[in-house]
Design a protein around this ligand. Structure first.
Ligand code: ADP
Length: 161
């Protein structure tokens, strides 16, 4: 059985994240989507909110589990019997950081492989920070985040439509 972990901030989950989740869930037996508890990063959405969004979005995917983590990713992967770390790659700007992380994780845990899933072209320039920037100024985020969580995300910016 192949288990993979897809870690991230998911602050909030975008169409780009969901695309990676859908595609990765088809190539492994079990996918653990793992929102990161990062004390040095200020998140817009609480952990409970980020987990709620992810659970709503993956409710129909039987092999996807949502499980927050903190500490070292490779330890979390090991504790969950995951041999694969999934990361999404957008433009070249992602590459250096992602490559550095993958090498660091391989150094720590040679038995765990990082697998990069390339973005779909329509999500190339989509990020959580872009969603937040557009939402806070009342812009339309309909084509950036899944419709099931749109109101929950907009509520945060007091712009429910
Ligand atoms: P992090 O803070 O770990 O970068 P993010 O939630 O921003 O967390 O991203 C989690 C993962 O999802 C990263 O591998 C990132 O490159 C990927 N990702 C983010 N947005 C997209 C997108 N639009 N298309 C594909 N992958 C994406």
């Amino acid at each position: 059985m192949t288990t993979a972990v897809y870690p991230g901030s998911f602050d909030p989950t975008t169409n780009g994240h969901l695309d990676i989740i859908c595609r990765a869930s088809k190539i492994v037996n079990k996918l653990i989507v793992a929102p990161l508890i990062n004390l040095s990063k200020v998140h817009t959405f609480t952990m409970d909110e980020r987990v709620e969004h992810l659970k709503i979005l993956t409710a129909h995917m039987p092999n996807v589990e949502v499980k927050p983590f903190d500490g070292l990713l490779v330890n979390f992967a090991r504790n969950n019997d995951a041999k694969i770390i999934i990361r999404g790659l957008r433009a070249v700007t992602d590459f250096e950081y992602e490559f550095q992380m993958a090498l660091a994780n391989r150094n720590l845990a040679p038995d765990i492989e990082t697998l990069f899933v390339s973005t779909s072209v329509q999500h190339l320039y989509l990020s959580s920070s872009m969603v937040k920037e557009v939402a806070q100024f009342g812009g339309d985020i309909s084509n950036m985040i899944p419709s099931q969580i749109k109101n929950l995300v907009l509520e945060k910016f007091s712009k429910v439509v």
